[in-house]
Ligand binder design. Structure first.
Ligand code: DON
Length: 568
């Protein structure tokens, strides 16, 4: 026992870039690059990661910690953390069983196929992004209370309490986050009748304390009544009042009817690894499996990281996978999505049969969707692993940064603008430039197609990697790159998540790329092959955990953002 304690202390001391925290009973490591033995939480915000680790240290398992992190992010990371949005969870239990929980939002019952079109049948302004009509029926509270009641160990009240305290007492804003609230100030003011907690008289500065008393009260109702504390009673009434104030259509019935769904995990092999990810209504898992399947027969590792050959192959695979997404993917409760066919080995082989190793294949020209500004996007992913071998990967979102910027008056939380993820008109690009057709058309009670791709990877039956990312359409290609960075390029997890990224999504026919990702000679070579590049600010923001051969856990918080790993 003494020996184990010594090893633990040593591990904590040699971990780079981290500070010691001893405000809880057991000290824990925190930072960007840490390796620990007993538990790890990697999320977009230090407050949420600390809360997650404190729950593990109290004897909670990965599910308890994940639920605590979800509520904490709703307080400290309103950009994307939420109770007014939705998401997807992949859970691996210590016995190796896997579960996928879909807590994606649903279209309200009064939704109509053409609800975002004007008289001429064209997308009408910003209805699907900036108004009360932009919100799907939130799924988060149903999802996390459900997963907790089935797989959590601690009392629910103990799991939600840290978020309540955080909302009541407040927390110091990191500088970047103060800036992000300031950038959205006008939206908060113009889209809300009462002034939300996110606005104060002067602009926010780093270190200012953000308190959210109304949100604390809503969380207390959830603490007391569980799911019903959100979907019925006062919170439901406040949501419906908010809808009526702004001509929204979510009703009491929509809220009562909402239910998260367990779905069969989408599983696939890649080299000697096996992965479990999400099926529709996210198209992300299919894309991830397709990309891995389309490159598996090529020794990309030998070709070299970001070599012209490897980038060309990946871009061509991405182009094909996204073309499939636009055609086939949607809510499986409404349309048949041929998941097995799309991810079958033979199909993927035939899909690449027209791949020309010397030339880019032009994408069909449907419509020129404007490429999207990266700073307009925010979702969040967190990964949790405990010492029992349980692991949780959750990607959750309000859609873009702060969702619709509409705060439910009296309830203190932001509403999502997820309805924009539907194909509001065939061929018209959404805010991520994604197009679609019938399979993803708006229908009452339907879930909008997502790109979220939480994933758990195993090697020889043992937990190996927990990962996921925000980034709209770039999510599956980001997760894909992290997996091949680890598997094919032998990078350690922090290198794998920090490495520069690129992305092709069929339309527009171009490779978006982070600055300084590929050297200029290679870029020229690829341009000669017919590829067009567009530099953008950042792609994705991964929060991953890798299990090392000796069983220890290495945190992989992305350098993009204020992601933080906490472990002990
Ligand atoms: O579900 C989806 O695919 C989108 N609503 C995700 C949005 C997103 O990732 C924004 N973030 N960076």
């Amino acid at each position: 026992m003494k020996h184990a304690v010594k090893i633990l202390i040593l591990v904590i001391l040699i971990s780079a870039c981290r500070q010691m925290h001893s405000d809880s009973k057991i000290p824990f490591a925190e930072g960007r690059e840490i390796v620990t033995e007993n538990g790890m939480v990697v999320s977009a915000h230090p407050e949420a990661s600390r809360i997650g680790i404190s729950v593990l240290q109290k004897g909670g398992n990965a599910v308890d910690a994940a639920v605590a992190v979800q509520f904490a992010l709703a307080v400290c990371y309103p950009e994307a953390g939420n109770i007014g949005g939705g998401g997807f969870m992949v859970l691996r239990q210590s016995d190796g069983s896997k579960h996928v929980l879909d807590f994606r939002e649903k279209a309200p019952l009064a939704a109509k196929r053409d609800m975002y079109l004007d008289e001429d049948g064209n997308p009408s302004g910003n209805l699907s992004t900036d108004t009360h009509l932009a919100s799907g029926v939130p799924g988060t509270v149903d999802g996390v209370t459900r997963i907790h009641s089935l797989y959590g160990r601690l009392d629910f009240r103990d799991v939600i309490q840290p978020a309540i305290t955080l909302a009541e007492k407040g927390f110091p804003l990191p500088e970047d986050q103060a800036a992000s609230l300031n950038r959205n100030r006008e939206n908060f003011i113009s889209r809300n009748r009462a002034r939300p907690a996110f606005v104060k008289d002067s602009l926010w500065k780093g270190g200012d304390i953000l308190r959210q008393p109304e949100l604390a009260k809503t969380l207390k109702r959830i603490r007391k009544y569980g799911r019903d504390g959100f979907y019925s009673g006062l919170t439901a009434q406040l949501i419906v009042n908010e809808m009526q104030r702004g001509n929204g259509i979510i009703t009491v019935q929509d809220l009562e009817n909402y239910s998260s769904v367990f779905r069969e995990p989408l599983q696939a092999g890649y080299r000697n690894y096996s992965l479990s990810t999400v099926p529709p209504p996210s198209g992300g898992g299919i894309i991830l499996v397709q990309l891995l399947g389309m490159i598996e027969s090529s020794p990309v590792g030998e070709w070299g990281f970001h070599s012209a050959k490897a980038v060309h192959l990946v871009a061509e695979a991405e182009r094909r996978a996204f073309a499939d997404r636009a055609r086939y993917s949607g809510d499986p409760d409404f349309v048949r999505v041929p998941v097995r066919e799309l991810t079958g080995r033979e199909y993927l082989k035939s899909r690449m049969s027209d791949f020309n190793e010397k030339r880019a294949t032009p994408s069909a020209d449907i419509s020129a969707g404007d490429p999207l500004p990266a700073e307009n996007e925010q979702t969040t992913h967190y990964s949790v692993a405990d010492h029992h071998g349980n692991a949780v990967a959750v990607t959750t979102t309000l859609n873009n940064t702060f969702g619709s910027s509409i705060v439910v008056e009296g309830a203190g939380f932001l509403l999502n603008n997820e309805m924009d993820d539907f194909s509001i008109k065939p061929g018209a690009p959404n805010m991520y430039g994604l197009t679609g057709g019938d399979a993803n058309a708006v229908e009452p009670g339907k879930r909008m197609l997502s790109s979220m791709t939480p994933v758990i990877v195993e090697k020889e039956g043992k937990l190996f990697l927990v990962a996921g990312s925000p980034g709209g359409s770039t999510i599956p290609t980001t997760v894909f790159q992290v997996i091949i960075n680890v598997v094919d390029y032998n990078m350690k997890i922090t290198e794998a998540v920090d490495a520069g990224r690129f992305h092709h999504q069929w339309l527009p026919d171009q490779i978006s790329i982070e600055a300084n990702t590929i050297d200029s000679l290679t870029l020229k070579k690829l341009e000669k092959m017919g590829h067009e590049f567009r530099t953008r600010s950042s792609i994705g923001s991964v929060n991953a955990i890798q299990i090392l051969p000796d069983g220890r856990m290495a945190g992989g918080p992305d350098k993009r953002g204020f992601n933080t790993a906490c472990g002990y």
